[in-house]
Every structure is written in C-alpha cells, then in structure tokens.
Write a protein that binds this ligand. Sequence first.
Ligand code: SAH
Length: 214
Amino acid sequence: MGASLAGRALERGAWSLETVPIREFGEGRHRLVDDTPAGGSPGMVLRADVLARAIDHASPPGDERPRILLSPRGEPLRQPLVRELSAGPGVVLVCGRFEGVDERVIERRSLREVSIGDVVLSGGEIAALVLLDAVVRLLPGVMGNASSGETESFESDLLEHPHYTRPAVWEGLAIPPVLTSGDHGAVERWRRAEAERLTRERRPDLWERASRRR
Ligand code: SAH
C-alpha cells in the first residue's frame, strides 16, 4: 500500500498505519502467543490474554475507532461497510493466525467479525490489506473523481457496465456504436441495461436485492 495512489496519499499524510506485533505481548521468555485448543483438535489458538494486551495497547479504553477481527466466520465485507469506515475516525484491525482466536476475546473486546470471502487464508493480514485498500481509495483526494462515480460496481447493488477505449476496432471487434454516437442519453440507457444484464447473469443475489429496492 506504499505504492501508487494509496502510497502518495500515505506520503501526504491522508492516512497512516501503525502495526502492532502480537508477539511483543506474548508470555514468558519465548513470548508465546498461542496454545492448544481446549477439547482437543489439531492446530493452535491465539490466547485471549495475549491478544487482549495487544488490543488494549493499540486501542485503549475511550478509543472510538471500531474494532474488527478479520475472520472467515464474519459478515461478508461489502461496500456500505467500506464507505462507513472511510467516513469514520479510523479502524483497529485484528489479524488472526493458526486456527483462530480464543472466543472470549471476541466477546470481551467487542470485535466485529468481517470476512473478505468464502475462502480460508493462513492469516488475517492480507484480509486486512484488502479492507484497507478499499477504505483508503475512498478517502477525500486519494482517487480524484474516479471513486466518486455512483455507477461503480456495488454502489447501486449493480455490477458496472463494460468499458471500452481506443483502438476503435481491435482484432476485428468494434466498440459498440452507441458509445461513439455522441448521444449521452443513449449511452446512459445502454450502460444501465448492460449493468442490469450483467448483474442478472452473474449475481442473482445482488439482482434480487436491487429488485426489492425498486
Ligand atoms: N480455523 C478457522 C480458519 C483460521 S485461518 C476457520 O475454519 O474458520 C487463520 C486466520 O486467517 C483467521 O483467524 C483470520 O484472521 C484470517 N482469515 C482467514 N480467512 C479469512 C477470510 N476469508 N476473511 C478474513 N480473514 C480470514
């Protein structure tokens, strides 16, 4: 995230990131952070006491930033949450490892569980980067007007229409004539129809939601 638009915004101070290594709050000389699962099963679990110390360091009482645990069990990450976070005071992201974290720390530190998709990653760090990238690009001045477009995928529960650019003909394929007609109304209608077609075909779940709203 130090590269490109997010990177330049980072240099300008439009956003910042502090990482807190959980091991610094580990137990004993070896700074242990995990232990075997109660009830028995393979793998290791992040200890509640260790993780709580790290969380309390990153986010002391009174901190108004929401605390999110990246977790495959969480609510799916969606654009409305991304918008909410980008308008808020920041966010504290907790990254799991191994089999996951002791359930009690989720409860006691009010961690909101968020998933980036129905896949299992080896750790929460990459999931945290996914969330951060989505939030940072919406911060004022980071993307210029590119992110203000209300036609972007998910902003209206529709997938975005297809894009074309020069050359006008490529490998025998022409740009749809309506896009070069100069008729802005016709362009808008074509884009809308394409967005609806793609959403119906690819994401019946989104289409259902969009239909209910109409
Ligand atoms: N045993 C767990 C998976 C643990 S994966 C289970 O079956 O649910 C280890 C860590 O990676 C998790 O604690 C979480 O922080 C992160 N992680 C894995 N998949 C993720 C996903 N889809 N979204 C967000 N975080 C994820």
